[in-house]
Ligand binder design. Structure first.
Ligand code: SF4
Length: 348
């Protein structure tokens, strides 16, 4: 039996932070001769990373290996103070593409640590964002991944020390709320941010999927295996009642046999997955009755290029125009530029 209908969650795919980071790296590729260096994957998506690699971008896990004077971008996930300091040594031109919403959590961590709090940070061990955030105040931070590590962390904090709780921006809302409520039950004075650290893009994509999943026989989540928000979407789909949930990098690894018997298939994409992958997956599903978009909200958030890049582009205005900016338009005014289109123009 073939797929009859696709329920397409909206919003899905690129968020404002990823849009900013991809356009920023595209600018770096345009402005500088290769190689341009990038600390960590610019975003956790194989298609995006491979496309930039084909253009001469070298992704490194140690900024000390970047040659003196080389152009270097720091990824959207945020970097530790040590990485930032090392990156700026030896005359490297550094563009920090950290998402402003990750920076906000860094600020919260710094401030609470300065006020004497012990900070429970809910995140995934080893994830770039968690590593960078914990390093902001390592003496005060305790990484928490589950109930057991939360309980152990709380057991080690005496009753007179104030406790704050922060989170990786891309968690599943239910995971965060469960741990926050558990901590609050033990510490009535627990401090959390007035608005959860989970970013708008994370919560919007999860909420849109919660509209789709109960109506679908199966859900396809598009995004890479190391993408935290993609994995969170897969959990949300299962929690919301989807009988079958499959995560795929893109159309090429979609196993249609896993969807056997599914007449209605929900589709969404993590915040670092380009729309071209969504299009490819829908083409493979080939729904006989078409696609119904299930829209929670329209996102209008926009993050301008990182400050160092803005300054560079101001200097280059009129001298250099990238191939993706229409003739006559201010290249620095990139609000209306779509990172997916920019990425498509970069295809080798
Ligand atoms: S998922 Fe959220 S925190 Fe991460 S880059 Fe996107 S907007 Fe920023």
């Amino acid at each position: 039996m073939s797929v009859e209908r696709v329920l397409l969650a909206s919003p899905r795919g690129f968020c404002a932070g990823v849009e900013m980071a991809i356009k920023a790296l595209a600018w770096m590729v345009r402005v500088f001769d290769p190689p341009v260096y990038c600390f960590h994957e610019i975003v956790h998506n194989r298609v995006v990373v491979r496309r930039f690699e084909a253009l001469g971008v070298r992704f490194v896990d140690d900024v000390a290996t970047v040659p003196p004077g080389a152009p270097l971008m720091l990824s959207a996930h945020g970097s530790s103070p040590e990485v930032l300091a090392e990156a700026r040594r030896h005359g490297r031109f550094v563009v920090d593409a950290v998402c402003p919403l990750v920076t906000k959590v860094h600020h919260e961590a710094r401030r609470r640590a300065a006020d004497g709090y012990t900070i429970l940070y809910v995140g995934h061990a080893g994830h770039d964002e968690a590593v960078g955030t914990v390093a902001v105040a390592p003496g005060a931070m305790r990484l928490v991944e589950d109930e057991a590590s939360l309980d152990a962390a709380l057991d080690g904090i005496d009753g007179t020390t104030p406790v704050a709780m922060l989170a990786q921006t891309t968690l599943a809302l239910s995971d965060w709320e469960g741990l926050r409520d558990r901590a609050a039950a033990r510490r009535a004075d627990l401090w959390t941010a007035p608005r959860d650290d989970l970013c708008f893009a994370t919560t919007n994509r999860q909420a849109a999927l919660r509209l789709v999943a109960p109506r679908a026989d199966a859900v396809v989540v598009i995004g890479s295996a190391n993408s935290s928000n993609t994995l969170a979407l897969a959990r949300v789909a299962a929690d919301a009642g989807a009988p079958v949930v499959v995560r795929v990098d893109g159309p090429d690894d979609l196993d249609l046999a896993a969807l056997t018997g599914a007449r209605v298939v929900g589709v969404t994409a993590g915040a670092s997955a380009p729309e071209e992958l969504v299009t490819g997956v829908i083409e493979r599903l080939a729904p006989t009755e078409g696609v119904e978009e299930v829209c929670l909200t329209h996102e209008a958030e926009y993050f301008p290029p990182p400050p160092a890049l803005r300054e560079l582009l101001r200097c280059l205005a009129g001298v250099l125009t990238p191939w993706w900016v229409p003739v006559g338009r201010d290249p620095v005014a990139d609000r209306d530029l779509d990172a997916a289109q920019v990425l498509a123009t970069l295809a080798p």
